[in-house]
Write a protein that binds this ligand. Sequence first.
Ligand code: BGC
Length: 440
Amino acid sequence: MKSYVILISVVAALGGLLFGFDTAVISGTINFIQPYFGLSEVGLGWTVSSLLFGCIAGVFIAGKAGDHYGRKKVLMLAALLFFISAVGSASAHSLYLFLIARILGGIAVGVASILSPMYIAELAPAKYRGTLVSLNQLAIVMGILVAFFSNYLLVGTGENNWRWMLLVMAAPAVLLFFSLFLVPESPRWLVARNRNDEALNVLIKTSGMEMAKSELNEIQETLKNQEESTFTDLLAPKIRPLLFTGIILAIFQQITGINTIMYYAPKIFANVGQSNDSALLQTILIGGTNLVFTLVAMVLIDRFGRKLLIVVGSTGMMLMLAGLSALYFTNHTSGVLVLVFILGYIAFFAASLGPALWVVAAELFPNRLRSKGMSIAIVSLWIACTIVTIVFPIMLEKLSGGITFLIFALICMANLAYVLKYVPETKGKTLEELEKEFAK
Ligand code: BGC
């Protein structure tokens, strides 16, 4: 039973791997696509961010199609899109085709960013749900690392190097597509479609004979007399606070600054006068820390809960950023402490907000509104992600590192206060128990 649930989660988490890979791979291609397509700085900015426009579309597709066609089929569509995007961008001879391919990849990222964690949450037994959904975050982090490594290994392959870098993604896309044939549809979705016998069969395999019947009853109970949901249902008085929590937590996950480090670490190191030739070492250290502390979160999240993890994590992130800011203010940025604070910050993020946001976003909403609610929360994440990514280099240049990191430290403090006051604890309960609790 346990290994079956783990297999399902690993397959779904391949979506997370592709999400991480696709968002990170572009960084290694920039120096080569810019001259190839004759891009100005502004043109390059648009080309890099084209993925994001796809993402936003993908998130809405996931929200609607995930309900209509099922989680599994739409994840298959995402796998196909990842494949087309990899082959298309790798073989593009015009900017136009390149952009279309990247946007299709973005749609796939948007879809996977919702459906992979949601599908795992809907199949996982309550006791292990946090750990299993966090597997998706582990896969995102691994995807980022694989992209950096494969870019590094492929950079010396001649003038077509960037094409090879982009093509790598085709392999996990094919793997995701075919491995989805091995896993069942989400029992929560099956019940919503009145396919109760099939749902029971899945529940027997994931939760065991004893639990399956009562779980089925509970799911049926939550879906009784419910019509097909719409996005406006999210504004109902009992649902609105959940929607806000999802949106605000998703925005905090981004505006506390994670991707300033993930995307700009070499720039930060150069900014403080450290040499750039250790880029690979920095990548390994940052990626390795991210990976190890995501594993730590996976061990802790069902034991201590999502909330405690975020509280401790945000406090740690805040202190690390304040330390970094102080180094800038006192002109002590040349030593090893910069690296210590940056790695410390990554470690606290990875052990808390990184995975916990995805877990909570997949748990907050009632069965009939889950994919729509989650899609609104996650679209906010993508928008916040773009804004931070665009604004950060400007802040660093115009405000100095001291003030920039101080601002991020203060945002961590605001996140801490918000979580303490508004975010409910969701560990250990079934999705239906949570639904009843939130409806009170
Ligand atoms: C975030 C991404 C981030 C990644 C880094 C994810 O949870 O949503 O924006 O790049 O973690 O590990």
